[in-house]
Design a protein around this ligand. Structure first.
Ligand code: FMN
Length: 319
């Protein structure tokens, strides 16, 4: 039990990230049923589809376990997505990529718990000042859209923990119980996990996406498109083109043209290895199987306990 389990009313302080094209109601409900917090990733959904996913998650969970929705605030229709969540009485929202202050007064009024994703100390302090209940502190190891300052989780988490009073959830590079134990040692009170949950049975990512994650090693991701919004993704032909463009100093316009549209859908959902964006984190090299979500949550907890027992044993031998 800690501030994060209390905030959400969950058993384990583990959050399945709102991973675009991979986190629909099935993954969200399976994770929440297992005692962690499942999120529906609204980043790939129009408002009516989001409503459908929320209703299906509710039906699957029958009001027994909490769940939430992730809304990337840079979306042109963010207001509509937020409205759908309010209308459907969703009680937990994770916002990212934008200013959460636009919505916090409404969230407070409607008793919605809101968590904002931040990549730096200053943005964590801003989010706290704007009234969010917790922050996800996301290091540059993370899959998907990352902060421009490229700060790794290992140094970002303790600095954010020291700078804010609200609870901090660590994200970026956490794929097993050892990673969760490390995040807790750095002062986090929870772990948000993306790439690992994208490679599960209930994830709606394409089988080719999941197989590509399984094949990945420590050097399989590329961080590119810095001028127009940096992304960490698996090294495929599209990612190589992005990295090449960047290294020859391609302009913002050129990078925008290269990125084009719908790359996440083409990659994560349709599995096009040549043309798609396969967003994934640096921890992909530690992923070797495709478990179902409940088994994964149970395993994460077991591994966390093992890691803590090993650390305690090591401390005892030193005494
Ligand atoms: C396939 C994929 C899609 C993602 N989509 C989103 C998204 O829509 N919104 C968001 O806030 N974060 C998104 N992220 C980032 C995750 O929320 C999470 O913070 C990150 O995956 C944590 O790092 P990890 O991948 O090393 O676990 C995505 C990550 C991945 C791998």
């Amino acid at each position: 039990m800690n501030r994060i389990t209390n905030l959400f009313g969950i058993r384990w302080p583990i959050i399945q990230a709102g991973i675009v094209w991979a986190a629909g109601w099935e993954l969200c409900a399976a994770v929440s049923k297992a005692g962690a917090l499942g999120l529906i990733g609204a980043g790939s959904m129009k408002p009516d589809l989001l409503q459908l996913h929320i209703r299906k998650a509710k039906a699957a969970l029958q009001n027994q376990e909490p769940f939430g929705v992730n809304i990337p605030l840079q979306r042109g229709d963010a207001d509509e997505l937020v409205q759908v969540c309010l209308d459907e009485n969703v009680k937990i929202l994770f916002t990212s990529a934008g200013n959460p202050g636009r919505f916090t007064p409404t969230f407070k009024e409607r008793e919605v718990t809101v968590v904002h994703v931040v990549p730096s100390v200053v943005l964590a302090q801003e989010a706290e000042a704007r009234g969010v209940d917790a922050v996800v502190c996301e290091g540059t190891e993370a899959g998907g859209h990352d902060g421009v300052d490229e700060i790794p989780t290992f140094v970002l988490v303790p600095q954010v923990v020291d700078a804010v009073k609200i609870p901090v959830i660590a994200a970026g590079g956490i794929v097993n119980g050892r990673g969760i134990a490390a995040a807790m040692a750095l002062g986090a009170e929870g772990a948000q996990i993306g790439t690992r949950f994208a490679a599960t049975v209930e994830s709606s990512a394409h089988p080719r996406y999941k197989q590509a994650v399984l094949k990945a090693t420590d050097t399989s991701t590329v961080f590119a498109l810095r001028k127009i919004g940096p992304v960490r993704m698996l090294r495929n032909p599209f990612a190589e083109r992005c990295a090449d463009a960047e290294s020859r100093g391609a302009s913002e316009e050129e990078q925008q043209a290269l990125r084009g549209e719908h790359r996440e859908r083409i990659g994560i959902f349709e599995g096009d290895w040549e043309e798609g964006m396969f967003e994934a984190g640096m921890g992909a090299g530690l992923i070797h199987d495709l478990p179902n979500a409940a088994d994964l949550v149970a395993r994460l907890v077991r591994e966390y306990d093992d890691a803590m027992a090993r650390l305690n044993a090591a401390v005892n031998t030193l005494k």
